[in-house]
Design a protein around this ligand. Structure first.
Ligand code: HEM
Ligand code: HEM
Length: 233
């Protein structure tokens, strides 16, 4: 109880980062379920895939200009820092307990990169029956075949593997390390013994995030030909 009182509530995940996360959860879930249903549901598969792309584009921009603890510069650690974290040898100035820890950061980067590859390969995937990505005509049939094979084998297995690890890591922290990671991804706040500078999370930042999401969405719409040709995805 005494310790609880000394802990300070610090904003680490700004609202845009949290909405990005739960939006990504929704879009990936719809993409996977609709792909497994197949048939008419493939229309939703492609739409959900475009949402994943737009969200990832937003997250890359937010990783540069977003809230303090959402920036890549804050959570892309070198091997030396990772080693210190794994050996429990943090040195003065290390704040591994705030935001993504060095190991968690690796899994976050792997998830972002693998999902990007999965969605991008979908754009040139073709099931040779009824569903083809919008950019299939832009590549040779050999290239499309290779990436369709990737999309439906290593691509999806990699997504499932990384998501399995993600959930396992969160449960491991909860049950073994007694650290709640989920709470901050819902409320935005972490309880910390030593104060750190919080992420700025007011309306100017949120409006900027909205503009960046719109920009990313427009870029995806342009890429898949929905803007300009007048044909919806
Ligand atoms: C399709 C499913 C999911 C995907 C694609 C996904 C993806 C991600 C990504 C990319 C991040 C990094 C956030 C960022 O810095 O922008 C993240 C963090 C996080 N996710 Fe998920 N996630 C999924 C499901 C879940 C579920 C079901 C939970 C809750 C049990 C969850 C809880 C968290 C938490 C707590 C973090 C922060 C981890 C930390 O403190 O380092 N995620 N997730
Ligand atoms: C991260 C986003 C995505 C995920 C997780 C995902 C996942 C999947 C999965 C699990 C399958 C079914 C594989 C099977 O047969 O079991 C599939 C098939 C397919 N996906 Fe995606 N996909 C994504 C994005 C996209 C996008 C953006 C497009 C195109 C706009 C796309 C186009 C296709 C096509 C055409 C197939 C059928 C391929 C075939 O059966 O040969 N996907 N995807």
């Amino acid at each position: 109880m005494a310790l609880e009182q000394r802990l300070q509530r610090i904003r680490v995940w700004d609202l845009p980062t949290r909405l990005f996360h739960w939006g990504l959860v929704l879009a990936v879930t719809v993409a996977v379920l609709s792909a497994k249903l197949g048939g008419n549901a493939m229309v939703w598969h492609m739409r959900a895939g475009y949402c994943v792309l737009a969200l990832l584009g937003f997250r890359v921009l937010w990783g540069v200009v977003g809230g303090r603890w959402s920036r890549f510069s804050r959570f892309v650690y070198g091997p030396a820092a990772l080693w210190r974290y794994l050996r429990h040898q943090a040195r003065a100035g290390d704040r591994f307990e705030v935001g993504h820890n060095p190991l968690g950061a690796l899994s976050v980067l792997a998830m972002l990169a693998w999902l990007l590859l999965q969605a991008a390969s979908g754009l040139i995937a073709d099931d040779q029956i009824a569903t083809a990505g919008p950019l299939v005509a832009k590549v040779s049939s050999a290239t499309s075949e290779v990436w369709t094979a990737h999309h439906t084998t290593w691509g999806q297995w990699g997504v499932f593997g990384l998501l399995g690890l993600h959930i396992a890591a969160i449960l491991f922290h909860r049950w073994i390390k007694k650290k709640d990671l989920l709470g901050p991804m819902l409320s935005g706040d972490q309880l910390l013994a030593e104060p750190v500078e919080p992420a700025r999370d007011a309306w100017p930042q949120r409006l900027l995030a909205l503009a960046l999401l719109a920009l990313s969405g427009l870029a995806v719409a342009w890429l898949v030909g929905a803007v300009g040709s007048g044909v919806g995805p």
